[in-house]
Design a protein around this ligand. Structure first.
Ligand SMILES: [Zn+2]
Length: 264
């Protein structure tokens, strides 16, 4: 079986940059946690600095769900209440799957293989909010009416958001390459980022929260036992919104040249 082969890390692509909140951003903290100001729906904060941040798992999860929607992946696995995702239950499908080789499978599935995509937590840059009008440290409180579907009664509730203009940095997305086919999958990662940019991050997106932009992008590729960092000679657009299919193809071929050309 293919899954029993040894796994060689052929190389890594590291995409760094910043995430700019274009509208207020609400990534929820645990309900009942020690919320500053006692708002109904607090944002997640770093327990040490008390600053809001973007958990890597939130960005990665959103990239996955958007990519699953685009590729029409079967939603067959429950994770938590009312959330379903796709995972391959059969190892024979895994290698053809557009989702699992990039984002992984849940631990109970036989198709176990190292996940290719890793997204680190992204801290807030506090200076990006200097001079901003905030209700609580680094955040604004937005009142929304929650409509009871049975009685139609409107109950006001407070949503805490990091205001528009906030910058989160450094963003770091790591993509591991195990086989040559992975240079094609790398293009799908960029597409997933584009999907997130056109959708939203966090909660309350349909009410206008969570529009984000990926900026100041830089790409580095490291390969083999030498593990030297290569930077592209003529670069790629620093704003994700300027990336075209041509850039994705160029990225893919550039990585192929570094990681897979010197094959014995
Ligand atoms: Zn799958």
């Amino acid at each position: 079986m293919a899954m029993e082969k040894s796994v060689t890390l052929a190389g890594r692509v590291i995409i760094t940059g910043t995430i700019v909140a274009k509208s207020g951003l609400h990534i929820g903290g645990a309900a009942g946690a020690l919320a500053i100001g006692g708002v109904d729906m607090p944002v997640i904060r770093d327990p040490v600095t008390q600053q809001p941040y973007i958990p890597g798992s939130s960005l990665r999860g959103k990239m996955r769900s958007q990519w699953e929607k685009l590729t029409g992946a079967e939603q067959n696995t429950s994770i938590g209440k009312q959330v379903k995702i796709h995972t391959c239950s059969d190892a024979s499908n895994y290698n053809q799957c557009r989702v699992c080789p990039i984002y992984g499978v849940t631990g109970d599935k036989p198709a176990s293989f190292p996940t290719r995509l890793l997204v680190r937590d992204i801290p807030l840059v506090p200076s990006s909010l200097e001079g901003a009008q905030t209700d609580l440290p680094y955040t604004e409180v937005k009142w929304e009416a929650a409509i009871d579907r049975v009685t139609s009664a409107a109950t006001p509730r407070q949503i805490e958001r990091v205001p528009a203009g906030a910058v989160f940095s450094p963003m770091e997305i790591v993509f591991n390459l195990y086989e040559e086919k992975d240079v094609e999958r790398l293009k799908d990662v960029i597409t997933a980022m584009q999907l997130v940019e056109d959708d939203y991050l966090g909660g309350h997106g349909s009410r206008g929260s969570g529009k984000v932009a990926f900026e100041e992008l830089a790409v580095v590729c490291k390969a083999g036992e030498e593990y030297k960092a290569h930077s592209p000679a003529d670069g790629f657009p620093s704003k994700l919104s300027e990336w075209t299919d041509e850039h994705k193809n160029k990225l893919s071929e550039w990585v192929r040249g570094i990681v897979f050309s010197k094959k014995e």
